[in-house]
Design a binder for this molecule. Structure first.
Ligand code: GLC
Length: 425
């Protein structure tokens, strides 16, 4: 890639973040997602850090400003009203200021904090920010281990597909089909399909179940008892791997910041417990990692790209790298979120086939750290090529590379600045 092309793309990526900046937080995309999203903001901070470190820290600190007293960090913070989105604060009714949703998202925050700190040009500023954030990160991760794994099994549960950040992944099909749509489901109007083609979004049957779950948890005020009553209860392989990595990074932060009173033994205990429980994810027949359905005590039948987050967690090995290699052989661009040979593969439908820059980054960074440099580089180059040739889309068709979903998407721009657009040959 020519230097001028790279400079042009760097400038566009910065422009996208600035245009989606609402003052202290970045919306994922104009129109489609007009609020602050949890894991988007943390990953977007990596992009800000490439040219404005203070703004990167502000992104994460604004997000944690909406943390609940019990440690939960909500998946959406409705910083300012916007009637163009559904389900908004009037549906969630969490009674918080600022208004928030009542469920969470994958805990990438601690790992993003570590990454920004390690690369910081302003060291004292970065250390001060990380020090302020440390107790909040700790509280959120403790919330996961206590509230979402009350029996101490080592597997934390997600109670809604939206908590996984991979809303309509085929890994949830069976579990979601077992959720009976509430007979008293309040009538609603979707807004997402007014922004993006319906064929690239979840189906109506899925949406009814998403709303049934929201209605149920709301009736319980999102209290601790929902984990036992939830009709949808999955140990998502992505969330668990991301949490395992976040626990390691929290421990690293405690050391780096010299926090003598940090509960290191407690964190080390979480790490050991999760590492042991990871055996549930691995299908011995195929060697692939699946999510685990806690309601029926069995692996979810369909494996997705989420299983390769084992590398991000530091528990992927050579056998899984081989599986990744053959998964990559199935499409022109990697990494398809669902294997091209899978009957449920749909190349343009959201989390059922398309390539996602953020997933490529998390898996790619993990591969590089585990010594699988060639595969890591393949994911980085594919991501760079998709962005350079098709734009900063929400996700991409793994066949022809065309962009799908929202355009001028913040976390895709951030992934360019922080990772895909670097070290280009
Ligand atoms: C969708 C995605 C989720 C993301 C959000 C905002 O809901 O599935 O992962 O956080 O959009 O981009």
């Amino acid at each position: 890639m020519r230097q001028t092309t790279r400079e042009r793309l760097d400038a566009s990526a910065r422009e996208i973040l600035q245009e989606n900046d609402r003052g202290g937080y970045t919306v994922p995309a104009r129109g489609l997602y007009p609020f602050q999203w949890n894991w988007d903001s943390c990953l977007v901070a990596l992009g800000w850090a490439a040219f404005d470190e203070a703004r990167a820290w502000q992104e994460i600190e604004t997000l944690f400003g909406a943390q609940w007293d019990d440690g939960m960090l909500p998946h959406i913070v409705f910083q300012r009203p916007d009637p163009g989105y559904f389900p908004g604060p009037e549906v969630w009714r969490t009674g918080r200021t600022p208004a928030t949703s009542g469920i969470t998202q994958p805990p990438v925050a601690a790992s993003c904090v570590r990454r920004i700190l390690e690369r910081a040009r302003d060291r004292p500023g970065a250390e001060a920010a990380a020090r302020r954030l440390f107790p909040k990160l700790l509280a959120w991760q403790r919330w996961f281990h206590c509230m979402r794994d009350p029996d101490g099994s080592g597997l934390v549960a997600v109670l809604h597909p939206w908590e996984t950040g991979m809303d309509n992944s085929p890994a949830w099909d069976e579990a979601l089909a077992r959720v009976d749509v509430a007979p008293d489901l309040e009538p609603y109007t979707r807004r997402d399909t007014q922004h993006v083609a319906a064929a690239e979004r979840p189906t109506a049957a899925e949406y009814d179940r998403y709303m049934t779950l929201v209605q149920l948890y709301r009736a319980h005020h999102y209290g601790p008892e929902i984990v036992r009553q939830a009709p949808f209860r999955i140990a998502d392989v992505a969330t668990n791997c991301i949490l395992l990595r976040a626990d390691r990074d929290l421990l690293w932060l405690a050391g780096r910041l010299g926090l003598d009173d940090a509960p290191r033994a407690e964190i080390a205990g979480w790490i050991a417990r999760t590492e042991a429980a990871c055996a549930h994810f691995r299908d011995p027949a195929s060697g692939l990692w699946h999510s685990y359905d806690l309601r029926v005590d069995a692996r979810a039948p369909t494996p997705t790209h989420a299983g390769f987050l084992a590398f991000w967690a530091g528990v992927g090995g050579a056998a899984l790298a081989d599986r990744l290699e053959s998964w990559l052989a199935g499409t022109r661009y990697g990494l398809a979120s669902v294997r091209a040979e899978d009957p449920r593969f749909e190349r343009r439908r959201y989390w059922r086939g398309p390539v996602w820059a953020i997933a490529n980054f998390l898996i790619g960074a993990g591969l590089a750290e585990s010594g699988f440099d060639r595969l890591a580089d393949r994911l980085r180059k594919d991501t760079a090529e998709l962005i350079a040739e098709h734009g900063f889309f929400e996700y991409f068709d793994p066949g022809d590379g065309s962009g799908c979903g929202g355009d001028r998407f913040s976390w895709t721009a951030a992934m360019w600045l922080a990772w895909a657009g670097r070290e280009l040959a």
